[in-house]
Design a binder for this molecule. Sequence first.
Ligand code: C2O
Ligand code: CU
Length: 490
Amino acid sequence: MYLPIPTCMMIFLIFIYSCNKSSSGNSSSTTGTSSSDTAYNTLYIPPTLSGTSFNLTLSKSSKQFFKTGSSTATYGYNGQNFWGPTLIMNKGDNVQMNVTNGLTDTTTVHWHGFHIPAKMDGGPHQKIAPSTTWSPNFLIMNNASTYWYHPHLHQKTFEQLTMGAGGFIIVKDPVEAALNLPRKYGTDDIPLVLTSRRFNSDNSFDITTHAYGDYALVNGTINAQISLPKQYVRFRILNAETERAYNLGFSDNRTFYVIGNDGGLLSTPVAVTRLVMSVGERYEILVNLGNDAVGSSLSLKAYNSNQSFGFPGAEPGTTGEFGSLLNNVDFQLLKINVTTSIASAVTNIPTTLVSNTYWKSSDVTNSITTAINGGQGGSAFYFDNNFYNYTTINQTIPLNAIVNWTFSGGSIFGHSVHIHDVQFNIVSRSTGAIAPYETGWKDTYFIHLGETVSVVAKFSDFSDTTWPFMYHCHFPNHEDGGLMGQFIVK
Ligand code: C2O
Ligand code: CU
């Protein structure tokens, strides 16, 4: 029977084909079975730096993203060509950081999630001029978890992040170390930074401030695959997108276990088949490959089709400011090829993890409410009717206050709310229940279109009447546009 293809569909197919360049594309149709499928590229695993003294130099670089054609101009730390080394630190250590700016543009480096003094925080005020070195030092007070570092210069964050500046920080502590969890970096403990890019016809990044890329990048790798041992493996996942959220799952819909989020391990593992991650959030998950045959494969996917409006990346268009080839579709992120297990494989997971005592509404001493507004017709967003201003202190918080901080999301779109200095817990969401996996210590959360969310945090240790901390939407285009404020703790 003859099934006519409508003309519009043919144009769409030709468009997809012409946008695929020399890579094999990202669509959910890429389901190879061979363990070394040449359509795939080996997942890049960033090198590590550890100890108590860390030297980072940001410079221009270039990376070959596609199998043929030109390389892409990028930024990277320490000679990496996209994304930087993973810094491994121990809770309780005093660390000395030396960050050298090898660009011709000013930058900053923020230690996302860390509880450190404001002047060490690397926000927009801690500028690093070209060819200079910034040398903060601080005590690591955070729990074992996955954090990250990235540029935070106002109105340059989108551009510098898009060019590839950023990296993971893994904090270790004795509580986490006592648990039987996978922790062989790159073998059964795998960092995954999820993002996407749009490319110009010469393969350069499109760094106009649109919301979504067309090619999924996992650790900077297009069409990534990895060989993993037949046992429990751990992924430390970061959403480092501009706006896109990820509804993560595995291709056979298997159950996996969320063990930690932004600021540490959960009290108990949470079994899920889907996990929603907004920009800036981190989750640690365990997935059991112990029942998979050696030589078999599965994939980690974004199940982003059929989300409602306000879920970033649910927009239907394929082009323009809010369109993308990856919008409103399910797409593959990582092909996993199962290999033989390693010595001392983790074959089951602890039923309890750590003992967390979260803040309750009855602990609260102070309250702040912040409204997201603006954004009409694609214009910039702002908080409480004010665009970000370097010299305006928007909130003053007494040292040791336990604050209920309520954000209202406004009527235009969803956002990703991040507060510096603290780890908080979410105490209410106006749209319904708090997902069990987001009950832990958080520094970033998704606020749905029209939603009101309250979190509670204690602002301890670091008072400073000069240097502020930031709070902002973690969509770098929104942040650069002015959806950021600053607070002083005193
Ligand atoms: Cu990840 Cu204010 O930043
Ligand atoms: Cu936003």
